[in-house]
Design a protein around this ligand. Sequence first.
Ligand code: NAP
Length: 245
Amino acid sequence: MSRVVVITGGSKGIGRATALKFLEERPDLVLVYYDQTEEEINGTLSMIRERGHEAEAYKRDVSSYREVESLFSEILKAHGRIDVLVNNAGITRDRLLVRMSEEDWDRLLEVNLKSVFNCSYFAVKAMMKERSGVIVNVSSVVGQIGNVGQCNYAASKAGIMGFTKSLAREVAPRGIRVNAVAPGFIDTEMTQALPEKVKEMFISSIPMGRMGRPEEVAEVIYWLCGEGSSYLTGQVIHVNGGLYM
Ligand code: NAP
């Protein structure tokens, strides 16, 4: 039986690479995105079709409890269960704290952290009925070591680490595993937006001397969702070229 796999932020970057990796097992694939145009999301769906597969794409704001509630009820109506949830959707709103608006703080925490609560809440309820399931949350190295201009982002990603460990403890007896990945500096639209000088500065502090590729994070997410990691729960796996050890 195909696994039902839900990936938030599955339309590009790390989420899209994860979706493409999952195609190996021919899952029932559900991608959630929010701001992309129809043309952009169709580009992602075409990539999936070129590999001989189909996916469903839902345009939903994962920070909204109500939107997520109706999203999961639609998914459950169509597929009957959820086997894998990858909480990957995320944004940045970089500013020094003294220049950060309340909106920069609130919106970022809603998209990056509240979304993880929203989606996990409805997924776990469904997984508990099956007494199985896997959740992988996408945190960041910044949640561990901090970064100038990213108080909001670092707080959200550190929050994800705490959330992961707490939920892992709650649901382990029900056969559900919850882990996190903490990527370092990965080449996606999120980091392409940074000025060249800042990128060079980051790269110079990475022992492996280069940015990571989204596929290199996707490999680890996929592994965390599979039998190869069956005795892992509550862990944060760092994928960062040695930036943080
Ligand atoms: P990205 O290319 O900008 O992709 C972000 C994804 O999140 C997009 O699919 C986007 O869809 C979706 N998204 C954003 N807001 C959303 C919302 N309100 N509702 C639903 N979907 C939403 O970024 P990425 O680099 O792949 O990042 C993926 C995750 O990895 C994020 O959580 C990020 O914080 C984390 N991460 C990235 C790096 C890095 O260096 N790139 C490092 C550490 C951690 P739309 O465009 O349609 O809104």
